[in-house]
Ligand binder design. Structure first.
Ligand code: ADP
Length: 784
């Protein structure tokens, strides 16, 4: 409460009373010397009483409001009570307080009001703008910040907009008092009295004083409120921080560093610790707070002193992990500077984690060692397996070669013998020998194939081919076999099947022969039907074909439908076993179908027949591939005689080949090794050399190399490898060594014929027509 203002106000009041006694209503000194009539005296008395009454009214207002201001705790409530007091206790007709709205009309918005208003403020709104509605005392006071009174609302022209409403409510004069806190106007208190000239002299002064006290009180209330709010926020903050501090999972301690006279850090004092600190370090707070670190931790040099000093010096926080010997614990520490001179340290006990890491590392090292041991073991196992694999491949190649050479002899000699006049029973025996020989060759081929497939050594030999030719070449022999057995054999290729394909025709032929061959083999009456269909391919560049081989043979039991596609698996019924076989054909077929992007499957009923179907995918070829040149056999047997050098160490093979060649009208010279072949070439002229690969003294490869380097006869002479090396890749190997063609043993006579024709065409291309039909090459130039 502004006691000073109250004191000043009472003084003024006393002065006013004195003044009223000595001056008239216009302020002129009273003429006490003149005798007065009674009426004048009475009038003066009444005037003075009115003045007194008014002064009393103002004093009452001041006192009541002052008390309220002192007791107030809430701003709006205070303003309302002030308005009520002005009306109820003091006796004004109406009182209201309005704030200055920052709206377009700059209206003065009532926030507290008392007395006889009856919608006065709403009907005749008041503005603080400089316009008609702002010219009344409230508007002017709002703009100027000064108190403004209106002596007579019914005559004052500024009050015109409100006159009527004011008259209706009995307002005769008014006073607008600005309420300012720290020189900033925040509201206007406007009072209305029933009589004109109400707010004059002392009353005016006292009410101005009251307004100033009220504004001061409100400002004080606001400041108190702000303080209260700030204190509450602070308290909340502190509660939060305290909770955090208490519940923190990290130990916290705050240190005050101590320096010696030279400015060197020597120790630090513990200022504060949290409960986690107590728990981790096992040191009670009472013992820690206020102690010197050196004493508390019993260390001559307190822990991490230099790091903390550097944090303080640079202001840069420090993070580190360390082992704390006195407690045998590992810590992760963050040190920072919360305020000048202090270092706060947050720390975590990471001993368990560290131990786990160490265990993990040990385990890791152990595992790494195990892995490297295993790797070495695996490496050596791999090397052993590779060596074994190489040995197996070498064995297979060797076996293949060794078996094919005598088979060549057996089959060749049988063929030659069968060309002779023979007694019927001998012919039949020889035919059986030939048949058995071919079966044996098939078995060998199957065994070699399956081992090479399993070793992943079989690759497809992609080339353009015509499907109808391949299908025919696979099925024609079977058709003959079927006819001989008295069963029907039909095959068809549906019209939409593309004929020009790119793929491995040899492997397709093998696959089809296996499956259709089984059908013929296991059917003794009824029919075998082969159909080739086109399927919708997954890839538009491919042709997907479906081969269906349906027979009316002995069928397959349900339980064997899967197993027959595995190596060496056969159905063990007497009817099946009587047909023999190795159980490899379908395993090879399955592998080949899968290599060609397809699958194979079977449906069968025992005793009723089987349907095998397989799919293969080929790359489609746009133009029709050129059909292999088919020369009528008759024409070929009558080909121009050639002068042939046959280098072959195996006597039987040599006999067979020279016999066949001579029977076709060619001249043949035979030698048993490469060395002799070179000698022959140096002295005689030949059209071609049929060169065995494996020969004593000098093998076929080496001999070819010497011929090609010009060391014996024509370096360009046509050389054909005639060899029992018949595995995949062998052909390429011989061609790469400089040979022109390759024939595998046992010799296929058709193949031999074609190769001779090639040799003849090559010789004709290279040599101008010669008078001698036997020598087709350039004259021989002997080497020295
Ligand atoms: P192989 O015919 O040389 O024994 P395969 O692998 O070709 O070997 O066939 C495995 C077995 O499946 C045959 O032995 C036979 O028992 C059975 N099998 C295959 N095709 C047929 C078929 N069309 N009809 C009846 N059984 C068959």
């Amino acid at each position: 409460m502004n006691t000073k203002s109250i004191t000043r106000a009472s003084l003024r009041l006393r002065k006013a009373r004195l003044h009223h006694r000595l001056v008239d209503s216009q302020g002129n000194p009273e003429i006490t010397a003149c005798p007065e009539p009674v009426a004048v005296v009475l009038a003066e008395k009444q005037r003075l009483e009115t003045l007194l009454w008014r002064s009393n009214r103002a004093v009452r207002a001041y006192c009541a409001c002052s008390r309220m201001i002192v007791e107030a705790s809430e701003e709006l409530e205070l303003l309302r009570r002030v308005c009520s007091t002005m009306v109820d206790t003091v006796g004004y007709r109406m009182a209201w307080i309005g704030t200055l709205a920052d709206d377009p009309g700059k209206t003065v918005q009532p926030i507290a009001q008392a007395g006889f208003a009856q919608g006065y403020l709403e009907k005749a709104p008041i503005s603080w703008a400089d316009n008609d509605r702002g010219r009344g005392p409230t508007g002017v006071a709002a703009r100027t910040g000064e108190p403004v009174a209106c002596r007579n609302m019914l005559t004052d022209p500024r009050l015109l907009p409100w006159r009527e409403e004011a008259a209706r409510r009995g307002y005769a004069s008014s006073l607008a008092l600005p309420l300012k806190a720290k020189d900033k106007l925040f509201a206007i208190l406007t009072l209305y009295a029933c009589e004109p000239d109400a707010f004059e002299g002392d009353e005016f002064d006292l009410l101005v004083e009251l307004a100033s006290t009220l504004a001061f009180g409100i400002d004080a209330l606001r400041v108190a409120l702000e303080r209260k709010e700030a204190a509450q926020a602070l308290l909340q903050n502190e509660i939060r921080l305290r909770a955090l501090y208490e519940s923190m999972n990290e130990g916290l301690c705050v240190h005050d560093l101590i320096y010696d006279q030279a400015g060197q850090p020597v120790d630090y004092r513990i200022l504060e610790v949290n409960p986690k600190y107590e728990k981790i370090l096992g040191i009670p707070r009472d013992q820690a707070v206020g102690s010197l670190a050196s004493a508390l931790y019993r260390m001559e040099q307190p822990p991490f002193l230099q790091i903390f000093a550097s944090v303080l010096e640079t202001g840069e926080p420090a993070y580190f992990e360390t082992y704390f010997d006195p407690l045998d614990l590992h810590f992760r520490i963050s040190a920072f500077c919360p305020n000048p001179g202090h270092v706060a340290v947050l720390f975590n006990d990471i001993t368990k984690r560290r131990k786990a890491e160490e265990d993990l590392k040990r385990l890791n090292d152990h595992l790494e060692q195990r892995v490297s041991e295993q790797t070495i073991a695996l490496q050596s196992a791999k090397e052993i397996a590779e060596t074994a694999n190489r040995a197996k491949s070498a064995f297979l190649a060797n076996m293949s070669h060794e078996i094919r050479t005598p088979m060549n002899g057996i089959l060749g000699m049988t063929t030659l013998a069968l060309k002779r006049e023979l007694p019927e029973d001998v012919r039949e025996f020889l035919q059986l020998v030939q048949q058995a020989g071919h079966s044996l060759l098939d078995i060998i081929n199957d065994i070699l194939d399956i081992s090479r497939i399993e070793a992943g050594k079989v690759t497809l030999d992609m080339h353009p081919f015509q499907l109808d030719n391949v299908v025919a070449s696979a099925l024609k022999p079977l058709e003959i076999a079927a006819r001989q057995k008295g069963i029907t054999f039909q095959y068809s290729i549906e019209p939409d099947v593309p004929n020009d394909c790119l793929g491995d025709s040899g492997r397709l032929r093998q696959l089809l022969t296996n499956v259709a061959g089984n059908a013929v083999k296991f059917t003794s009456r009824g029919s075998v039907v082969v159909t080739v269909r086109s399927l919708e391919p997954e890839d538009s560049n491919k042709a997907k074909l479906l081969f269906i081989v349906k027979d009316e043979g002995i069928g397959i039991p349900q339980k064997n439908l899967r197993s027959i596609f595995e190596n060496f698996e056969q159905v063990h019924t007497p009817a099946h076993l009587k047909h023999g076989g190795t159980g490899l054909g379908l395993a090879i077929s399955k592998a080949l179908a899968e290599m060609m992007g397809g699958t194979i499957q079977v449906e069968s009923q025992l005793g009723e027949g089987s349907t095998f179907s397989f799919t293969v995918a080929f790359n489609a070829v746009e133009s029709r591939a050129e059909a292999p040149r088919q020369v009528p056999s008759q024409a070929r047997t009558q080909a121009t005689p050639l002068n042939i050098l046959l280098a072959e160490d195996d006597r039987i093979s040599s006999m067979f080949a020279s016999n066949v060649l001579k029977s076709w009208g060619h001249q043949v010279e035979t030698v048993e090794d490469g060395q002799k072949a070179l000698e022959k070439l140096r002295t005689e002229q030949f059209d071609l050399v049929l060169m065995d690969a494996l020969m004593p003294v000098m093998d076929g490869m080496q001999t070819t190399e010497l011929i090609r380097s010009g060391q014996a006869g024509d370096p360009h002479i046509f050389i054909v490898a005639l060899t029992a090396f018949a595995l995949q890749g062998d052909r390429e190997r011989f061609l790469a060594a400089g040979m022109d063609e390759y024939i595998s043993k046992p010799i296929n006579l058709e193949e031999l014929r074609l190769v001779l024709e090639k040799a003849h065409s090559a010789a004709t291309r290279n040599t101008p027509a010669s008078p001698s039909h036997t020598v087709l090459r350039a004259p021989f130039i002997a080497k020295s």
